[in-house]
Design a protein around this ligand. Structure first.
Ligand SMILES: CSC[C@H]1O[C@H](OP(=O)(O)O)[C@H](O)[C@@H]1O
Ligand code: ADE
Length: 291
């Protein structure tokens, strides 16, 4: 088994991971284009950690403009085996007030203007995605959150909208009627691409607002999101520190099959594969394409 290397993708308001030893910014090239930023590589309690600010330092990229493929590819190239996403989100449920950390287990993908796969013409693949979150990593996040003393809820469905505008009232009510729990703009296609790259993936969705459906609360705005995220940032960083302290040395096999996702996924016969695409897939799918 491979060494366990944690990747952390920091969302809105989280542009660094303080407390890393020997921390340095490292630019990693990707055949998929430009990632959001260099990665911040360092060690924590002897374990290697790779941090990437999802929107770039200074919050340069909107959810639509983020190059999710390049981001996942550089994490894979950096040796990451397990990815934790830290994300701000709106609440679609009365009993998930701002300040709640939801370790979600499902997603509904309503995005439509993003590249969603590493595969395509010349190398077609279909990975299983019924369980988009790696349950063991989610267990560890839940435990770390509880030991950090934050209000953690285990399980929930995260609706991913395109944005960048927030939802209309009709949309917000629709998503509630679908049984969604939280709403954000970034975890898709990130989670899909992590699965294609055979990385374990789990999210801490940190509630910052009640979107626009709640009669007793004003509509979401960026100021309130940032205010709550500023309050939550130290807690999120403490949660990650506790997670890292408790991680095993070796990457644990994923019950959702994330780390073997490509075993039977590639449909295109070897002789028909596009060599240029296969070359781009070197980091993501080299394990199966090389054999
Ligand atoms: C600044 S509010 C909207 C923005 O915040 C969330 O991003 P992230 O998941 O990276 O924390 C949300 O998805 C939107 O992109
Ligand atoms: N209400 C909301 N909708 C979409 N993304 C969000 N990020 C934080 N709050 C959000």
């Amino acid at each position: 088994m491979a060494k366990c290397v944690l990747g952390v993708i920091g969302g809105s308001g989280i542009y660094d991971l303080p407390g890393l030893e020997d921390a340095r910014w490292e630019r990693i090239e990707s055949p998929w284009g430009t990632p959001s930023d260099a990665v911040r590589r360092g060690r924590f309690k002897g374990r290697e950690v790779v941090f990437l600010p999802r929107h770039g330092r200074g919050h340069v990229f909107s959810p639509t403009d983020i190059n999710y493929r390049a981001n996942i590819d550089v994490l894979k190239r950096a040796g990451v085996t397990d990815v934790v996403s830290l994300s701000a989100c709106g609440s679609l449920r009365e009993d998930l007030p701002p300040g709640t950390f939801v370790v979600v287990d499902q997603f509904i993908d309503r995005t439509f203007a993003r590249e969603k796969s590493f595969f395509g013409a010349g190398c077609v693949a279909h990975v299983a995605f019924g369980q988009p979150v790696s349950p063991r990593l989610a267990d560890r996040l839940e435990a770390a959150g509880r030991s950090a003393g934050v209000p953690v809820v285990r399980g929930g469905t995260y609706l991913v909208m395109e944005g960048p505008q927030f939802s209309t009232l009709a949309e917000s009510r629709l998503y509630r009627s679908w049984g969604c729990d939280v709403i954000g703009m970034t975890n898709m296609p990130e989670a899909k691409l992590a699965r294609e790259a055979e990385l374990c993936y789990a999210t801490v969705a940190m509630v910052t607002d009640y979107d626009c459906w709640h009669d007793a609360h004003g509509d979401v705005d960026v100021q309130s999101v940032i205010r709550v995220m500023t309050e939550n940032r130290a807690k999120a960083q403490d949660l990650v520190a506790r997670l890292i302290a408790d991680l095993p040395d070796e990457h644990e096999p994923c019950p959702a099959g994330s780390d073997r996702a490509l075993d039977f996924a590639i449909m295109t016969a070897p002789d028909y594969r596009d060599p240029a695409l296969v070359a781009n897939l070197g980091a993501v799918a080299g394990r199966v394409l090389a054999r």
